[in-house]
Write a protein that binds this ligand. Structure first.
Ligand code: OFO
Length: 172
């Protein structure tokens, strides 16, 4: 069992993960339209990952006899000013998700909810990895520059990163 307050907060987290999934899916479609195939593959994989993060909370809530609710998702943007701006948006969203996970952990600690505390540990590690990945991508984009001439190289770099991430996931 989890408290009502915790169930509500977990449902809010479901909404954030769902929004991330739709945001990244929209980014995948935009990259595809821009001919950035590597970036599109990266964003598709990220979108799937976020959906998996959302489903993980559904499973947990079922385990602790709480009611997981499918969220309303606000409209996400369909186009982006540049690849750099798009990744800046991803990084900002990941930071928001991290803060929200930390807020959930605070509730778990204050309620001596050891089960949710244990469940959230996975997300804390995941968010640390995600933020670090997005920061390293932004650093690369800044190094290469995102002029039209550089886009080809950025796309190749992101594709390499995506393949490495896929291999990592396969090994998990
Ligand atoms: Fe699930 O928010 Fe990103 O990783």
């Amino acid at each position: 069992m989890v408290s009502e307050k915790m169930a509500k907060a977990l449902n809010q987290q479901i909404g954030l993960e769902a929004k991330a999934s739709f945001l990244y899916l929209s980014m995948a479609a935009w990259c595809d339209a821009e001919g950035l195939e590597g970036c599109s593959r990266f964003m598709h994989r990220q979108a799937d990952e976020e959906r998996a993060h959302m489903l993980r909370i559904f499973e947990y809530m079922s385990e602790v006899d709480a009611h997981a609710l499918t969220p309303a998702i606000e409209q996400v943007p369909h186009s982006f000013a540049s690849v750099q701006k798009m990744f800046e948006m991803v990084y900002a969203h990941e930071q928001k998700v991290t803060k929200s996970i930390h807020d959930l952990m605070e509730i778990a600690k204050s309620e001596n909810d050891f089960s949710t505390d244990n469940f959230l540990q996975w997300y804390i590690a995941e968010q640390r990895e995600e933020e670090s990945l997005m920061r390293s991508i932004l650093d690369k984009i800044k190094l290469i520059g995102d002029s039209p001439m550089s886009l080809y190289y950025i796309d190749k770099e992101i594709d390499v990163i995506n393949t490495a991430e896929m291999k990592k996931e396969e090994g998990e």
